[in-house]
Design a protein around this ligand. Structure first.
Ligand SMILES: *[C@@H]1O[C@H](CO)[C@@H](O)[C@H](O)[C@H]1NC(C)=O
Ligand SMILES: *[C@@H]1O[C@H](CO)[C@@H](O)[C@H](O)[C@H]1NC(C)=O
Length: 191
């Protein structure tokens, strides 16, 4: 019994030490591309999420995105830099950027940089981290995209017209023979 208690106490002390080591502000940052398809000269929505999983406030939080060059993208709304004075423990903040790719190609969506102070004091420790990186995405040329993904109405209409002879002619033959049969049946009844 004594031994079990001793082991349990050691485990608790160990847990306390582990929590001590990870205490303070700690931000997890994500970067997501909200579009299912990326198309040249069409809006692409990039969303950043910062979540404080630590047990104290993060101060002077900077998000710095340097993935998108003005030569490659037109900026529609939002900024490539964002700032929050503080993010409380357990709190979430989001930031959104909308841009349009100028060219079609494969593009590598990389991580954005996140920096914050772990304490309120000006000389508090500074933490630097990165968002998740969405990775490579295909940016389609508009006509190519329409060919591949737009609903193929024209194709379906052509298909239906082509079906008319194969379905329509047997129906016509059946219909006329049925009429002939019914007429002869009526004729038989009269007799
Ligand atoms: C904050 O975001 C995390 C992960 O995205 C989520 O699990 C959590 O529920 C969110 N918390 C609040 C208060 O919205
Ligand atoms: C995308 O960029 C990241 C960061 O620069 C790099 O580590 C990764 O290898 C790149 N991916 C490809 C497929 O080039």
């Amino acid at each position: 019994m004594g031994l079990v208690l001793w082991i349990a106490m050691c485990a608790l002390v160990g847990l306390g030490a582990a929590q001590e080591a990870t205490s303070g502000a700690r931000l997890l940052a994500s970067k997501h591309i909200l579009n299912q398809h990326l198309v040249q000269k069409k809006d692409v929505t990039v969303q950043y999420g910062l979540h404080n999983v630590g047990d104290s406030t993060a101060y002077d939080v900077h998000l710095d995105e340097s993935n998108f060059d003005k030569a490659d993208f037109d900026f529609v709304t939002g900024f490539t830099q964002a700032h929050w004075d503080r993010i409380a423990p357990g709190a979430n903040v989001t930031h959104t950027l909308i841009l349009q790719p100028k060219e079609y190609r494969i593009f590598n969506f990389t991580a954005a940089r996140v920096q914050y102070r772990t304490g309120e004091a000006r000389d508090a420790q500074i933490a630097v981290g990165w968002t998740s990186s969405p990775g490579e995405g295909q940016i389609w040329e508009i006509n190519q995209f329409n060919r591949l993904f737009a609903p193929h109405y024209a194709d379906w209409i052509t298909f239906l017209i082509m079906c008319v002879p194969t379905v329509g002619i047997p129906y016509f033959l059946w219909h006329t023979s049925k009429q002939r049969f019914e007429i002869s049946r009526v004729a038989t009844k009269k007799q």
